[in-house]
Design a protein around this ligand. Structure first.
Ligand SMILES: Cc1cc2nc3c(=O)[nH]c(=O)nc-3n(C[C@H](O)[C@H](O)[C@H](O)COP(=O)(O)OP(=O)(O)OC[C@H]3O[C@@H](n4cnc5c(N)ncnc54)[C@H](O)[C@@H]3O)c2cc1C
Length: 465
């Protein structure tokens, strides 16, 4: 019972850091899935000791605790599906230190990803993970789901940059994992287990991050393809040419048209697909690679290749890409966004299959995403108040996952499982792995108080439609 503990929680964090009115709670009741669950209270602690005390109370009085960053997740991971306390990490938002001589930094979880990137870039350093939500998502949230982003094709995902963590376990104990050095292999890799654990195993309160030197130069280009198959084949042609661009994004015609309606920026709406490509590195290598890629695009059927000549032009192209998600809602009020991942050579085939599935169930679909690493965001745009359409969408989602798995892929490249993909997790990992994961959860969290109802539950909460 959370009610019994509210006074004690207020004593721990101070009254101003505990919210209980319906209006306040509503702001923490949703994420990017369109699902809504009202918490009973929201607390904003300032340090791990406060979190530890709150978790001790949670064990004593058995109320759920749900960690939350910016609430921008696509799978319902930060939603209090079983009620209880939302624990917002946004007030723990200090960049504790940046160490250029070590190529490391230490941050609190509530630091906004884009702000951190700007800070390290001012020092000539580089933190590559760049979810399209970087202007508002938190590093803690990124670590908890192991977020990706456009630059993963060359630089990898969040887990490749996490060296160590400070974590408050569900039992209230505070532990440190990993190292402050660029390598370290003492014992099981608990840091890797916690990265991507979606707030089910512990609350991340400090993160030691690895940094890179900032590349000397970058160039961004937009390749316009009248035919979609030519665009998807170009993705593997570029990789086969042994060039790894920093980003290689695919955008289909439906997405182009939505963004054009949204931003009115003269995008080529007749094109069936676009590739947004960025290369970075030493200046002379960048110049050479951009010309090779331009040539590959033209040979593969691009009608035009536009190269951005300055930062303003680059930003315009990226603004178009980052606006796809919100722009899509002009098509229909609800969006089911799946982030399947397939081996790069299967991109043309998965796009064909996705379009076929949408046609079969008479649904509007939009495909875009990080094609360079095989991660396609397929969006079914529906009106979930139409029960027939919602039921067709449910069937389509299952077939989308089956298609990805048949091609050797995964049901989630970067968004995680949360509640919305929980019914499908076993399709990919099998019974034994699932049982092992549940065993790990109960080892960390014997009373199941931290983010319950996530990953493993297949109940009515998990249905987005
Ligand atoms: C427009 C848009 C674009 C996006 N683009 C991308 C993209 O390109 N790549 C990508 O990977 N994702 C993307 N996302 C999804 C989302 O932004 C990411 O999942 C992001 O990492 C979530 O961060 P957050 O701070 O909002 O976390 P939240 O949504 O608040 O939480 C996410 C999960 O992490 C847990 N959590 C949060 N903080 C902590 C903590 N300190 N300790 C333990 N658990 C915690 C929560 O319980 C929840 O399970 C996008 C979302 C939007 C809306």
């Amino acid at each position: 019972m959370l009610k019994k503990s509210l006074n004690e929680i207020a004593n721990i964090v101070g009254k101003d850091n505990l919210l209980t009115t319906k209006e306040e709670l509503t702001c923490y009741s949703y994420d990017a899935t369109n699902l809504k669950f009202l918490p009973e209270a929201v607390v904003s602690p300032h340090n791990p000791q406060q979190i530890s005390q709150i978790l001790l109370l949670a064990n004593q009085h058995r109320f759920p605790v749900v960690p939350r960053g910016s609430g921008s997740g696509f799978v319902g991971g930060s939603l209090p599906v079983e009620g209880g306390l939302v624990l917002s990490l946004t007030k723990m938002n200090r960049i504790i230190k940046i160490e250029p001589e070590n190529l490391t930094a230490v941050v609190e979880p509530g630091v906004v990803t884009g702000n951190f990137q700007q800070e390290v870039e001012r020092l000539g350093l580089f933190y590559p993970p760049d979810p399209a939500s970087l202007k508002f998502s938190t590093i803690g949230g990124n670590v908890a789901v192991c977020a990706g982003g456009p630059r993963c094709v060359k630089y990898g995902v969040t887990k490749n940059y996490v060296l160590g963590l400070e974590v408050v376990l569900p039992t209230g104990e505070i532990i440190n994992t990993g190292v402050h050095t660029l390598k370290g292999v003492a014992g099981y890799d608990l840091t890797s287990l916690l990265v991507g654990s979606e707030g089910t195993l512990g609350i991340i309160t400090k993160i030691i991050l690895k940094l890179l030197p900032l590349p000397e130069a970058k160039k961004t280009m937009l390749a316009i393809f009248p035919k979609i198959d030519d665009a998807t084949l170009t993705v593997s042609s570029i990789i086969s040419a042994r060039i790894i661009p920093a980003t290689l994004e695919f955008i289909d015609q439906a997405a182009i048209r939505c963004v054009e309606n949204y931003l009115n920026m003269s995008l080529p709406t007749q094109a069936e697909a676009l590739l947004l490509i960025e290369v970075d590195g030493d200046r002379d290598i960048v110049e050479k690679q951009i010309e090779i890629i331009k040539d590959i695009c033209s040979k593969n059927g691009a009608s035009e290749v536009k190269i951005a000549h300055n930062e303003k032009e680059e930003e315009k192209l990226w603004k178009a890409r980052r606006s796809i998600s919100p722009a899509l809602l002009s098509l229909n009020p609800h969006k089911i966004n799946e982030d399947i991942n397939v081996p790069i050579k299967h991109i043309p085939e998965i796009i064909r299959r996705l379009n076929k599935i949408a046609q079969k169930y008479q649904l509007i679909n939009v495909n875009f995403g990080h094609a360079g690493d095989g991660n396609i965001h397929t969006n079914l745009m529906i009106n979930k108040d139409d029960p027939d359409e919602a039921s067709r969408a449910r069937k389509a989602v299952k077939e989308i996952f089956q298609a990805a798995l048949k091609l050797g892929g995964t049901i989630s490249g970067e968004h995680g499982i949360g509640i919305s993909k929980a019914p499908y997790l076993e399709m990919e990992i099998g019974k034994k792995n699932r049982a092992l994961m549940e065993g790990v959860k109960s080892l960390f969290d014997p009373n199941n108080i931290l983010n319950p109802g996530k990953l493993f539950l297949n109940n009515e909460h998990t249905q987005r439609t």
